[in-house]
Write a protein that binds this ligand. Structure first.
Ligand SMILES: *[C@@H]1O[C@H](CO)[C@@H](O)[C@H](O)[C@H]1NC(C)=O
Ligand SMILES: *[C@@H]1O[C@H](CO)[C@@H](O)[C@H](O)[C@H]1NC(C)=O
Ligand SMILES: *[C@@H]1O[C@H](CO)[C@@H](O)[C@H](O)[C@H]1NC(C)=O
Ligand SMILES: *[C@@H]1O[C@H](CO)[C@@H](O)[C@H](O)[C@H]1NC(C)=O
Ligand SMILES: *[C@@H]1O[C@H](CO)[C@@H](O)[C@H](O)[C@H]1NC(C)=O
Length: 449
C-alpha cells in the first residue's frame, strides 16, 4: 500500500536538488498493492514501495542493493542500518537519464542511458559516487520505443570487459537484419583500466550477437565462463498480414538465447538470431481455422514473417542462417532479466535462502503482457538448467520449461497495480530481490520461515 505521504516524499525527492533525508521502511510494514501468489515453501515480501519506476538492480560489495529508479537516478537499500529496523533508502546519484543498466565492481559503478555507458567512482562505505562520470561507451542508437540498454560486466569481479545491448528502432525494424545498423544486438568492450580520454564508439565494439530484438537480460553460466544467456522479448506480430487476432494472442514465443561471448571474430559462428525476419512459435494450434498453416509445427520452431522473399521459412528454419532459442516462453511474457542461482559451494558462502538443489537454475522476471487476453506474465519464474549445461533441462519445444515462483494473483486486473518484475539480484544469503517498475515496489523471494 502506498500512502499519500509516501508519494509526497518521493515527489520531493525527485524535485529537490539533493536528498537530505534517507527513508526507512520497517520490516513487515508493507502489503503488496495487488495480491501476489507464491509457490509452496516460499515467501514473497515487499520491502519498499513508492519508488520511481525501479528497473535494474545489483548488490554492491558491502551488501547494499543498488537500484536504478528511472527518472531519478540510483538509490541504495540497506537492511537493518543504524536507526532503521527494516530497509533504509538513500540516493547514490541523481541522473534522470538512466534507464536500466547497472553493474558494480568494487569501487566502480557502471550505469547506462539510452545512448551511453557511464562509469562513476563509487564509495561503498558512504554509498555515494564521487566526482564526474567517465563515458565508457557512446553512440548506442538511443531512439525507438525501447530505450533501456542492459549492461553486464565480465568477469563479475575485477572486470576487464563490459557487454552492452541495443534495441530496435521500431517494433519490427528491417534495419536490424544488418549488423552495421547497431540495432538489436550485444557488443563487447574492453574496459579502460584508467580514466579514459575518450569513449569507445558502440559500433567499434566486438559484435557478439545481432537479430535479438530486445536483449533485455544477460547472464553467464557457469559464472566465469563465456557462455552467455540472453532473454529476448519477441516482436508484436499483431498487424502481420495473414495472422488472426486469435493466433497472435498466443504467438510469438519470447526466448532464451545462448551466445558464445568468446567466439573471436564475426563470421566464425553464426551470430544472427532472427529479428526482424524470423520468429518463434509458442502455440501452433492457437487458431486451427484462421491460421491452419502452423498445425503440425512445434513450440519453439521458427517461422518467417515474409518480410523479404529470400528469408522465408526455409531460411528461418536453418540454424546456419538463424540461431534458434534454447527455451521458449509463453507469448507476451516479456522477460526482462535473467540471473542464475549460485549458492554456497559455488559463489556464495552463506546458507541459501532458496533450496540448494536449485543451484545453477535460471530465474527470469516476466514484466507481463500489454496485449493479451487474459493477461500473462507479471511474475518471476525458475527454469532448471544443469550447472555447466548448454541447454535447459526442457527442450525449446516445451511449454512447461519453467515454473512461477511468484505471480500477480488476479491477472485480469493487470497491469493496474500488479507487480511488473524487471530487475533481479541474489543476495549473498541466496534471497532473490526483485524490482517492480509500474507498481514502484521492491520485494524479496525467500524460503518460508
Ligand atoms: C541528460 O541528457 C540530456 C540530453 O542529452 C543532457 O542535456 C543532460 O545533461 C543529461 N543529464 C545528466 C544528469 O547527465
Ligand atoms: C581483484 O583485485 C584485487 C586488487 O588487485 C585483489 O585483491 C582481488 O583478490 C581480486 N579479486 C579477484 C576475485 O580476483
Ligand atoms: C548495412 O548498413 C550499413 C550502415 O548503415 C550500410 O552502409 C550498408 O549499405 C547496409 N547494408 C545492407 C545490405 O543494407
Ligand atoms: C497495429 O495497428 C494498430 C492500428 O493501426 C495500431 O494502433 C497498433 O499500434 C499496431 N500495433 C503494433 C504492435 O504495431
Ligand atoms: C480480478 O480483477 C478483475 C478486474 O479488476 C475484477 O473484476 C475481479 O473481480 C477480480 N477478481 C477477484 C477474484 O478479485
Amino acid at each position: 500500500m502506498v500512502s499519500c505521504t509516501a508519494l509526497l516524499t518521493v515527489l520531493q525527492l525527485v524535485t529537490s536538488a539533493t536528498l537530505v533525508h534517507a527513508q526507512c521502511t520497517p520490516h513487515g510494514a508493507l502489503a503488496f498493492r495487488s495480491p501476489v501468489t507464491t509457490a509452496s515453501g516460499l515467501a514473497t515480501t515487499p520491502i519498499f514501495a513508492g519508488l520511481v519506476t525501479p528497473r535494474g538492480i545489483v548488490f554492491d560489495g558491502a551488501g547494499a542493493l543498488l537500484v536504478v529508479e528511472r527518472g531519478l537516478g540510483v538509490t541504495a537499500f540497506v537492511e537493518d542500518a543504524p536507526g532503521c529496523d527494516g530497509w533504509l533508502r538513500s540516493v547514490v546519484l541523481q541522473n534522470a537519464n538512466l534507464t536500466q543498466g547497472i553493474q558494480v565492481d568494487g569501487a566502480r559503478l557502471y550505469v547506462s542511458t539510452s545512448g551511453e555507458v557511464l562509469r562513476f567512482a563509487y564509495d561503498t562505505a558512504a554509498r555515494r559516487v564521487t566526482g564526474e562520470p567517465e563515458v565508457i561507451v557512446d553512440g548506442v542508437p538511443p531512439d525507438g520505443e525501447l530505450t533501456t540498454r542492459p549492461i553486464l560486466l565480465f568477469p563479475s569481479t575485477n572486470a576487464t570487459h563490459i557487454l552492452v545491448s541495443s534495441a530496435p528502432a521500431a517494433n519490427i525494424d528491417p534495419s536490424a537484419r544488418n549488423a552495421s545498423s547497431g540495432r538489436s544486438q550485444v557488443r563487447r568492450f574492453a574496459l579502460p583500466s584508467t580514466r579514459s580520454a575518450s569513449p569507445q564508439d558502440f559500433f567499434a565494439g566486438t559484435l557478439l550477437a545481432f537479430g535479438i530484438r530486445n536483449p533485455a537480460g544477460l547472464a553467464f553460466l557457469p559464472p566465469h565462463s563465456s557462455n552467455l544467456w540472453v532473454v529476448e522479448n519477441g516482436a508484436s506480430i499483431d498487424n502481420t498480414t495473414g495472422l488472426t487476432p486469435t493466433f497472435v494472442n498466443d504467438n510469438p514465443a519470447d526466448e532464451l538465447e545462448f551466445v558464445d561471448a568468446a567466439a573471436a571474430e564475426p563470421g566464425s559462428v553464426n551470430r544472427f538470431y532472427g529479428f526482424p525476419d524470423c520468429t518463434t512459435l509458442w502455440n501452433p494450434n492457437a487458431d486451427p481455422v484462421g491460421d491452419p498453416q502452423f498445425l503440425g509445427f512445434k513450440t519453439g520452431e521458427q517461422f518467417s514473417l515474409e518480410l523479404e522473399p529470400q528469408r522465408g521459412d526455409a531460411f528461418c528454419q536453418n540454424p546456419e542462417d538463424n540461431v534458434p532459442p534454447r527455451l521458449s516462453f509463453q507469448a507476451h511474457s516479456v522477460p526482462l532479466d535473467i540471473k542464475f542461482f549460485l549458492p554456497a559451494g559455488t559463489e556464495h558462502d552463506a546458507t541459501p535462502a532458496l533450496p540448494a538443489s536449485w543451484a545453477g537454475d535460471a530465474f527470469v522476471s516476466f514484466h507481463g503482457s500489454f496485449d493479451r487476453t487474459p493477461p500473462t506474465g507479471y511474475g518471476v519464474v525458475r527454469q532448471v538448467v544443469p550447472f555447466s549445461g548448454l541447454q535447459p533441462s526442457a527442450p525449446p519445444s516445451s511449454q512447461t520449461g519453467y515454473t512461477f515462483l511468484a505471480q500477480a494473483t488476479n491477472l485480469t486486473s493487470c497491469p493496474g497495480t500488479c507487480i511488473r518484475p524487471v530487475g533481479l539480484a541474489f543476495a549473498d544469503d541466496g534471497r532473490l530481490f526483485v524490482s517492480s517498475d509500474s507498481s514502484g515496489e521492491l520485494f524479496v523471494i525467500s524460503k518460508m520461515t
